[in-house]
Design a protein around this ligand. Structure first.
Ligand code: KG4
Ligand code: ZN
Length: 351
């Protein structure tokens, strides 16, 4: 008689609190979402023009327990049923990180469950594995978020090598600074994407061209986006002087800044793909939610007749959540005694 082996499923409860989102998720075997809850204090920072760490930390404290309860409720389960805990330990804001880390440590102490510390930036790319996607290796992984623009070589689900990153501003930061200069407050990349989609190229009276920083530097896999802010500011001031700073110019500048950032991200990623003969491209992080970036990757791969597979998570898994924290913990993490776990705001991604 054939013996059917019962495979033990691994359920991880992950907590994410690195910035202004408080998130908790329950994920099975790193690929199946059983529950996921995200609370955000983004609207509370709007009037200050940027995230206020003190406000973010207080909101984390308020939201962390309800978020855990919500994720468990969605998963129709309780803490008893989980196999392991995972928590973001950095990089991020110290006040925010501490809330998630100390909560996870307390649950680990009370429940006796193992606790896996997670690097938030490396974790972003594991959003690509949700749904058990078949990804071919080696892969080039681009992580583009509010604080990071990093390229990695991934030789399998576990082995990563950092190839390059931004020398100054991150891509998301460039979107956010441009949004502020164009009068969109702290609505960032989403506001730029919306305004850019309204720009009608054929009706345009002006030709605004922004730089594509470091795109032509040979074999260089680093980025630099801080110059874009100065270039936009120059255009904004010029148009204000001419009293032409209206909707049409704002939409054109939004369009051009989105083109400049996405040209550089696609160009550098494809350079890495060719250097390492990669079979797949993975993108992740908040900026990977950008529709133009997704479209440009697909059209460039097609136009250059590359056989490289292009992977991007659904939009809700690009921006901060705890699903990919659990996925990273499953594929790449390891449990550490909770007494040794602490928040590390400047945790490095250069592995
Ligand atoms: O990954 P994320 O949610 O948080 C960090 O870990 O930083 O990324 C947030 C960043 C912000 O800079 C935001 O403006 C950007 O992602 N972002 C976008 C879009 N949605 C979010 N940038 C461009 N287009 C979007 N649709
Ligand atoms: Zn993030």
């Amino acid at each position: 008689m054939e013996v059917v082996k019962k495979i033990k499923r691994m359920k991880i409860l992950a907590i994410e609190s690195s910035c202004d989102e408080t998130a908790c998720a329950m994920v099975e075997d790193g690929v199946k979402i059983l529950g996921s809850a995200v609370a955000t204090s983004a609207a509370m920072h709007e009037k200050y023009g940027g995230i206020v760490p003190e406000v973010a930390a207080r909101e984390q404290l308020k939201c962390v327990i309800p978020t855990i309860q919500e994720a468990l409720k969605q998963a129709h389960t309780d803490l008893e049923a989980i196999d392991s805990l995972a928590v973001t330990i950095g990089p991020g804001l110290i006040g925010s990180l501490l809330i998630g880390v100390e909560t996870a440590k307390t649950i680990a102490l009370a429940s006796g469950k193992p606790l896996i510390p997670v690097n938030h930036v490396l974790a972003h790319m594991y959003a690509n594995f949700i749904g058990d996607q078949r990804i071919e290796f080696p892969a080039i992984s681009l992580v583009v978020s509010g604080g990071h623009t990093e390229l990695f070589l991934m030789t399998n689900k576990k082995d990563l090598k950092w190839l390059g990153g931004t020398l100054d501003d991150a891509a998301g930061e460039a979107f956010d600074k441009a949004a502020r200069l164009l009068g969109f407050g702290s609505r960032g990349g989403v506001a730029i994407q919306e305004a850019a989609s309204k720009y009608q190229i054929e009706k345009s009276k002006y030709q605004i061209k922004l730089p594509r920083p470091m795109l032509d530097k040979n074999n260089e896999l680093n980025f630099s986006f801080s110059g874009l802010k100065t270039a936009i500011l120059r255009e904004v001031n010029k148009m204000k002087e001419k009293q032409q700073f209206g909707n049409e110019i704002i939409q054109q500048l939004a369009f051009e800044v989105q083109e400049a950032i996405t040209d550089v991200l696609v160009g550098k990623t494809l350079r890495a793909v060719k250097q390492y003969n990669a079979k797949s491209i993975l993108i992740s992080g908040g900026v990977a939610a950008n529709l133009r970036l997704r479209e440009k990757f697909i059209s460039t791969v097609n136009n250059q007749r590359l056989t490289t597979q292009f992977c991007v998570p659904p939009v809700h898994l690009c921006t901060d959540n705890a699903v990919y924290i659990a996925a990273y913990a499953y594929f790449r993490g390891y449990a550490v005694d909770w007494r040794e776990i602490t928040a590390v705001p400047d945790l490095s991604v250069e592995i």
